[in-house]
Design a protein around this ligand. Sequence first.
Ligand SMILES: Cc1ncc(COP(=O)(O)O)c(C=O)c1O
Length: 468
Amino acid sequence: MDLPPLDVPPVSPEELLGKEFSRSEVEGFPEVSELEVIRHFTRLSSWNYGVDTGLYPLGSCTMKYNPRINEEVARLEGLATDHPYAPEASVQGCLQVLHETARCLKEITGMDAVTLQPAAGAQGELTGILMIRACLSERGNPRKYILIPDSAHGTNPASATISGYEVRHIKSDAHGCVDLAELDHAMTDKVAGLMLTNPNTLGIFESQIREIADLVHSRGGLMYMDGANMNALVGVARPADFGVDVMHLNLHKTFSTPHGGGGPGSGPVAARKVLEPYLPLPVVEQAADGTFRLNYDRPRSIGRVRAFYGNFGMAVRALAYIQANGFEGLRQTTQDAVLNANYVMRQLQDLFDLPHDRTCMHECVFSDRRQAARGVRTGDIAKRLIDYGFHPYTTAFPLIVPGAMMIEPTESVSKEELDSFIYALRSIAQEVEDDPEFVLKAPYTTRVTRLDEAAAARKPVLRWKPSH
Ligand SMILES: Cc1ncc(COP(=O)(O)O)c(C=O)c1O
C-alpha cells in the first residue's frame, strides 16, 4: 500500500497506547499489501459453505434460506440506528416492531404472552424454567426435579440444572416417543414439570401429547416445550392447544434469521396466562391511546435475562419473514419442510437403516447400522458427502440412535436438489459396499482432509503468531 510521507512527528506505540498495551511479540507481523489482504480474506470466504451455497441438511439446525428482504428491512434507517437508551416517545416504531412480533408469535403458538429478550434457544429454556420455578415457589413449593426424555436436545438438561433443578431422564418407547407408563411412574409431587421437544429430536410428533400434558398437570406440574423444531408446526398446530404452558422458539431457525456464523440468535419465550406475571422485564405494552411503552412495574417478574429487549434485529427479520409469508405462506412452508423430509426418508430407506419407520416431521433420522458392519460410520459417510458438494447432515445425534444420521432438508430446497442429495447418499452406500477403505479416507476434494476434531475443538488456534 502506498501512503504519502508522514508530515507529523512519529509517535511510538508506547507513547500512543501506554506501556501496558504495547506488546513486543507482535513484532514480525507480516507486512502485506492491501490487495494481498483482500485476496486472503476473499479466498477464505470462498472456502466456506453456507445456506447460500447449497443444501445444508444439518438436522436439528433448520438451516433454511434467509430471504434478502429481511436483511434490507433490518438495515433500514431508524430500525438499525436507534439507541436502546432513546426516550420511549422517540422510538415508537421500534417498540411497535417488538409488540407486533410478539403478537404474531402469540398467534402462532396460541399462547397469551411473549418475551423477545432471550438471545438463544438455550437462554429461552433457562428463562422458561425459571418462570416455572418462580410460579411454583409462589405456590409454596418449587419442587426438586424436571423430567426430560432421553431424546432431548443437550441444552435442555443444562438449562434445567442451571435453573436449580435436578434432572430425571425418562426413556422413550419403541416408537421413539415418551413412554406414558414411565412418565406416570416418574411424575411425582416432587417434579416441577416435563421439558419436552415436540416434534422430538427423532423428527417424530409426540402423538400422545395431550395425554402427556394432562398427566403432568394432574400432578401439579407444568409443561415446558422446546419449540426449536417449530418449523414442523407453524400454521398447522399450536402448542397451547395441546397443553403446553411455556415454550421457546428459535427465531434463528424457524423464522429465517441467519445463525451459526451468520449472526446472533433469538429465543423468544411464549407462555400461558398462568406464567405471564413472571416474564422477564421489561414488557412492551400498548396503551389505550395506541402508543407503546416499556413496563418495568412487574414485581413478580424473574427480572432481566439480557440487556435491553433482546437482539432487536432478529425480531425485525422475523417479523419481515412472517409478514411476507402471511398465514398461508407460513403453513405452506411447514408443509413443504415436512414433505421434503419424508421424501428423503422414503428414497433412502432401502439402503440406510431407519430405526423408527413412521411418517416424520421436518427431519428424519437414519442409523449407520448397515454401513457400520463394513467399518464405515456416520461421520465417515458425512465426510464423503462433502466430496459430492453437500454440507454434511448431523452425525451421532440424537444419542438414542446409535450412529445417527440426522437429515433436515428444510422447505428451501427444490426437488432437483433433493434428488441430487439422494443420489449422493445412494452412491456413497454403494461405495461402502464396493470399497469401504475408499470412503474411510474421504473427503478428497477439500483443502484439509481428516482433522483431529477433538483437538480442534479443545485447543483451537485462533490467532496468528509469528513463527520465529
Ligand atoms: C431442539 C433444540 N433445542 C434447543 C436448541 C438450542 O438453541 P440455541 O442453539 O439457539 O441455544 C436447539 C438448537 O438448534 C435445538 O435444535
